[in-house]
Design a protein around this ligand. Structure first.
Ligand code: SF4
Ligand code: SF4
Length: 127
């Protein structure tokens, strides 16, 4: 330790690298949480779909639409969006799963990385 403040490695990335990291971390979070969630989807709300649509439009991302009349992004096998397109949804997990200490450790470590990345992307006007 030299007493200097630590700069997260993500702060040194350009926008392309940040987006690639964002996609990768969201995919890893999706893989981690889907072991717990399976085909549940109980935390989906039409309002969350709408908020996601607003964010995607703001970021000028082209996205698919689902077949459900109530949930904009719900298809026959769950959400039709890739994990990186719905970051708010992908980081959500029921508190009860955090009692599993190994899962909790993995989730919180990844969540911290994603939160740091998103705050840097936010500072750069990418969110
Ligand atoms: S965007 Fe997808 S994961 Fe999020 S609430 Fe809508 S259907 Fe569910
Ligand atoms: S976070 Fe909880 S409510 Fe949401 S899909 Fe997973 S198990 Fe279901």
């Amino acid at each position: 330790m030299n007493g200097l403040p630590t700069v997260p490695v993500e702060a040194l990335m350009d926008q392309e690298q940040l987006l690639a990291e964002h996609k990768q971390l969201c995919q890893i979070m999706y893989e981690l949480t889907r072991k717990k969630c399976e085909n549940c989807g109980d935390c989906c709300f039409p309002e969350a779909c709408e908020q996601t649509r607003i964010e995607l439009d703001r970021r000028k991302v082209i996205y698919p639409i689902g077949e459900d009349s109530t949930f904009l992004f719900r298809g026959n096998s769950g959400c039709v969006l890739e994990p990186w397109m719905r970051p708010t949804c992908v980081i959500h997990i029921c508190d009860s799963f955090l009692k599993d200490l190994e899962f909790r450790k993995q989730y919180l470590k990844l969540r911290k990385k994603i939160d740091t990345l998103h705050s840097i992307m936010d500072e750069k006007g990418m969110f």
